[in-house]
Design a protein around this ligand. Structure first.
Ligand code: HEM
Length: 676
């Protein structure tokens, strides 16, 4: 633990860096991987192309689960069990798996346990993750023995084993998480200097998109109530918004909170706190300040959240008692031994159970209460709802089912955006391309429209959680077809132009394969590199899935947006800059939609001014009919990206190479079952 704490801080200097006010935004500050992005494939590339080592070890899960089960019941002196001889580490490890996974946010797919960044700052130092270093330490010896398993998979599997061995329902497991080398992919989740600089949360406790939680450093909501106000009714709205953003229905929300709190306890033995966090003392974080002697800060003296209660009288055994307790007692708030508002049943001397404001909230809303009543009386319904909700909670950030590397992963679930099997016939590839060429020969202006269509379709891909991409061809339906950029550039008209080809090939060709082929053919015809791409995409029946990867329209700075878009998609800066010179619908620098490095020469040689009333457009002073967009001008303001522009302006081959690699990555990134 000590060793990796030191490594973590050494590996993650960005958390404390900042750009002086008034300086242009520098890539090295904004992009944590800036220094090696041009030579190393970012995560997206690696993930799509490299099979997880877990694939080769499918059979070992039985032994791994047995080792976890044994570690759960072995009390360690560095963190003795709660509940003495009757205790185990089950609840602690469930909390670890949930906090590792619960950082995932819908807005840009960042967070989640794939990467296991809970081992590193910033996540490791979040208030909500207090004392989870001890949970990781419990797992350390297992990680050493089973070195083929990733930390991410081990953490989630430990949560599963804990649930099952304490009598809970059987829960599914999707293996295949790949560990990150540091915590940099969580810097924007905050609280870090980088996050404050580029995406500040104006009122911590009321954070909005892109933040997944209302409070930075908490997983979802403040347990004591919004901004610490212990009002269950007010808490309802924060729970519904944050869990709703994550795609959980009210019923699922009630099941996972109450199912989780069937186990364990909260820790807040005295008011003086857990002691220094990993930021202040990386070698011995949260030593605990309550009590004295060898058990100072541990077991009955532990301080984690500052609340002190257990939700049920059987905290190491699965039950629906949490829901019965909520309904069977009147609850009153009081200040607990840790100095925070918490709740106890009224009219009972020395009650041995309690609740948080966020728990009591579940009986202060008619819909939530309906489900509390259901689960209080129907254990079977709870078992099913909790098992499904838990699987979703810990698997959302993994993307489609194809990414699971174990043979016994559950079948594809709705939240994994399943697509029908593909019927595209690869024999037709060159014939499709020939048909596209014929259409372009008749209507040459279609070439740039087709490249644009494909780019719009494919660039929804997020390497952060493997959602989006052109596979599914969801761009045919709302909401994607209604996105401002797609409407304003006539994407639906372009799709219509492809209809005769689609009709000709029928079911042998999916819309998504057709779109990608059309765009790739048009790119090459326009003077771009010869690009190859994979086949085997299929079509979604409607646009529902697109809601789980919404457009990122929350940026306040275009300078940050261009860098962040590339990072979320998984493009290198070189590829991103090169792709700007693809034929584009609204951009014109006198090239007649031809692909050429003259695009970069034009960017550098002209004086770009923003005409009054145009939000995103810039025009050349020297050639007033030439138009570029604000994102192109932003590239010139970024010293590192500008260098790439200068290189491409000089070197056509370097430009075409980067364009080809960026395009191929973009259109194939979402084909997970076609690993090489
Ligand atoms: C513990 C809050 C949802 C599982 C805790 C603690 C707090 C808390 C304050 C005490 C930590 C400590 O002092 O040790 C919340 C809030 C939630 C929520 C506000 C959402 C509104 C969940 C969910 C799960 C879960 C969805 C799992 C499915 C647990 C478990 C513990 C725990 C097992 C006990 C840990 C132990 O005994 O060491 N939660 N929680 N919680 N939570 Fe939650």
């Amino acid at each position: 633990v000590l060793a990796w704490t030191a490594t973590v801080l050494a590996a993650c200097p960005y958390a404390r860096r900042d750009t002086p006010p008034g300086q242009p935004l520098s890539l090295s500050v904004l992009h944590p991987r800036a220094n090696h992005l041009s030579t190393t494939r970012p995560r997206g590339h690696q993930h799509v192309l490299v099979p997880s080592p877990n694939t080769q070890h499918d059979h070992d899960y039985t032994h791994l689960k047995a080792a976890i089960a044994a570690a759960l019941v072995q009390s360690e002196s560095f963190w003795p069990f709660d509940f003495g001889n009757f205790g185990n580490y089950g609840a602690l490890l469930i909390r670890l798996a949930w906090h590792c996974s619960g950082s995932h946010r819908n807005a840009d797919g960042r967070g989640g346990c794939d990467g296991a960044r809970i081992r590193f700052v910033p996540e490791r130092a979040w208030d909500d993750n207090t004392n989870l270093d001890k949970a990781l330490r419990v797992l350390e010896k297992i990680k050493t023995e089973f070195d083929w398993v990733s930390w991410g998979d081990l953490i989630v599997l430990a949560g599963n084993v804990a649930i099952e061995t304490m009598g809970g329902p059987q829960v599914g497991f999707c293996a295949g998480r790949i560990d990150d080398a540091d915590g940099s992919d969580s810097l924007l989740l905050g609280p870090t200097a980088l996050q404050k600089h580029v995406q500040p949360c104006l009122l911590n406790g009321n954070c909005t998109t892109p933040f997944g939680a209302t409070t930075i450093g908490l997983i979802y909501v403040n347990p004591e109530g919004p901004l610490g106000v212990p009002d269950p009714k007010l808490t309802v709205a924060t729970i519904r918004t944050t869990f709703g953003n994550m795609g959980f229905s009210d019923r699922e929300t009630v099941a996972i909170i109450g199912g989780g709190h069937a186990f364990g306890k909260t820790h807040g033995a005295c008011p003086s706190g857990p002691g220094p966090s990993p930021i202040d003392d990386p070698t011995n974080p949260w030593p605990g300040t309550c009590g004295t002697g060898p058990r100072k800060g541990k077991a009955e003296n532990a301080f984690t959240s500052g609340f002190e209660l257990k939700w049920t009288t059987t905290p190491t055994k699965w039950s629906n008692q949490y829901f019965q307790n909520l309904l069977n007692f009147e609850w009153e708030k009081f200040i607990g031994p840790g100095g925070h508002n918490q709740w106890r049943p009224t009219g009972i001397d020395n009650p041995d159970i309690g609740m948080l404001t966020a728990d009591v909230a579940l009986i202060h809303d008619p819909t939530y209460k309906k489900y509390v009543q259901e689960f209080a009386t129907d254990l079977d319904a709870l078992n099913k709802a909790f098992a499904a909700g838990w699987y979703k909670l810990v698997t959302r950030d993994m993307g489609p089912r194809e990414r699971c590397t174990n043979s016994d992963a559950p079948p594809s679930q709705e939240f994994q955006n399943p697509l029908p099997a593909s019927h595209s016939n690869p024999v037709d590839v060159s014939r499709v391309s020939a048909e596209v060429k014929k259409v372009i020969a008749t209507t040459p202006s279609l070439a740039s429209a087709l490249v644009h269509l494909t780019y719009q379709c494919a660039s929804t891909f997020r390497r952060t959680d493997y959602r989006g991409g052109c596979n599914g061809a969801r761009i045919r339906f709302p909401p994607e077809s209604e996105y401002h950029e797609n409407k304003a550039t006539g994407v639906s008209d372009t799709l219509r132009a492809l209809l005769p080809i689609k009709r000709f090939f029928g079911n042998r060709l999916s819309w998504s394969d057709l779109i990608v082929t059309a765009g790739s053919t048009a790119l090459t015809l326009s003077g771009g590199p010869k690009v190859t791409h994979k086949y085997g995409r299929s079509d979604a029946p409607n646009g529902e899935q697109s809601k789980s990867f919404p457009p990122r329209d929350y940026y306040t700075s275009i300078d940050f947006r261009i860098i962040d878009d590339a990072d979320v998609i998984g493009l290198t800066p070189r590829e991103s800059v090169a792709l700007a010179a693809r034929p584009r619908v609204k951009v014109n620098v006198g090239l007649n939609s031809r692909v050429s490095n003259k695009f970069f020469q034009a960017l550098l040689s002209q004086t770009w001014v923003q005409p009054a009333g145009f939000e995103h457009e810039y025009r050349s002073k020297e050639n007033p009919e030439w138009v570029v967009l604000d994102r192109d001008v932003a590239v010139l303001r970024n010293p590192e990206w500008k260098k790439i522009v200068e290189e491409f302006a000089e070197d056509e081959d370097a430009f075409l190479e980067a364009l080809g690699s960026g395009w191929t990555y973009l259109v194939d990134a979402d084909l997970f079952d076609q690993r090489v």
